[in-house]
Design a protein. Structure first.
Length: 201
């Protein structure tokens, strides 16, 4: 049995690169729809296999169009809804994309109930310090990570020359703090050995 917060904890943080500050309606943080779909796919699998939704109906209310959407994940019996999403269809001019926008709004609301982008909906993006911290966390996660064998080679280098050769041959991993730390540690160890070796020759 999985923990009640497993899904929530896995998807609650939002990459600020996929958000936009909106000034209308009092101001809020908008989340990219395709980013949300990508994250749902990462968590559950391809749409239609690991998760999905059904638009039960559209209805018009004054100038708005409302989408009634049911949502499932894991298997099709694990369903909840309908969730209502809305968009303005008849303002100064008719918006032919309003039904799509209403459907997207409903999907966003459904995903939010599972914990997706919870930090936005909990108001954490109003805190610039939090946004900076989560931005750094996502950028760090994107940083190339050296394979463990490359780090092991650095730890096991027998000479400064071989250590330098390992470093030079693996330029793509040089921004990985673990690779840099392994190189510097072994360099210090090998450098400490040189005076002793010279004294015993």
């Amino acid at each position: 049995m999985t923990g009640n917060m497993d899904i929530w904890s896995a998807v609650e943080k939002t990459d600020p690169r996929h958000t936009k500050a909106v000034t209308q309606r009092g101001g809020f943080t908008a989340i990219g729809a395709n980013y949300q779909i990508m994250n749902a796919t990462k968590q559950f699998g391809p749409i239609g296999i690991g998760w999905g939704y059904t638009v039960e109906k559209f209805e018009r209310m004054d100038s708005m169009v409302i989408a009634h959407v049911t949502f499932w994940h894991g298997n099709r019996e694990n369903v909840f809804g309908p969730i209502l999403g809305c968009a303005e269809m008849f303002g100064k001019k008719a918006d032919s994309d309003a039904p799509k926008k209403a459907m997207t709004d409903a999907i966003t609301k459904a995903l939010s109930q599972l914990g997706f982008n919870a930090d936005v909906f909990l108001g954490k993006f109003d805190d610039n310090k939090y946004v900076a911290e989560v931005e750094a966390e996502f950028r760090e996660a994107e940083r190339p990570k050296a394979p463990q064998e490359v780090i092991d080679w650095s730890h096991g280098a027998g000479t400064l020359e071989s250590l330098g050769a390992i470093w030079t041959a693996n330029k793509q991993w040089q921004s990985d703090p673990a690779f840099l730390a392994a190189k510097n540690k072994r360099k210090s160890e090998l450098s400490d050995k040189i005076p002793y070796m010279e004294a015993t020759e």
